[in-house]
Design a protein around this ligand. Structure first.
Ligand SMILES: [Cu+2]
Length: 150
């Protein structure tokens, strides 16, 4: 019996990989796709900044993002932003589970990473900061975040 739906699914996955311009080898097809990874240039003198990215669960099972860390940061927290009585408030996001093929965006005014930097290292626009994303169900993902004047 021909297993046509599975063939179509695999083919779609290949097309998706091409469309997103992902250079990873096809053996890594289930690796989460992280794009638009950016860290805001900190205000001069500040050790706090924010990071944003888009994550796509390309696997066939749920993916749970539990946190992030960096050799250049004392701590990184995942936050969400909620409007309460006209005020924007940040709250811890907690574990974030993505269904297969789900895409979640961290963007200014919404979900973000709160980054407490190790020291007042000048993070220059255009350079990269490595951030490791942690998951409940797979090994860490090492992502270069572009330092940007967002
Ligand atoms: Cu925050």
């Amino acid at each position: 019996m021909l297993n046509r739906p599975r063939l179509v699914w695999l083919f779609a996955g290949v097309l998706l990989g091409l469309a997103t311009g992902c250079g990873s080898p096809s053996s890594q097809a289930t690796q989460p796709d992280v794009t638009q990874a950016q860290v805001r240039v900190p205000v001069p003198g500040s050790k706090m900044t924010a990071g944003y990215f888009t994550i796509h669960n390309r696997g066939l099972t749920p993916l749970t993002l539990t946190g992030a860390s960096s050799p250049e940061a004392l701590s990184i927290s995942l936050h969400t932003t909620q409007q309460t009585e006209g005020t924007m408030r940040m709250r811890p996001l907690g574990d974030l589970t993505l269904a297969p093929d789900e895409i979640v965006r961290f963007s200014p005014g919404g979900r973000h990473m709160m980054i407490s930097l190790m020291q007042e290292t000048p993070l220059t626009a255009g350079s990269d900061m490595v951030i490791n994303l942690h998951f409940a169900d797979r090994e860490d993902l090492r992502v270069p975040f572009r330092i940007s004047a967002l």
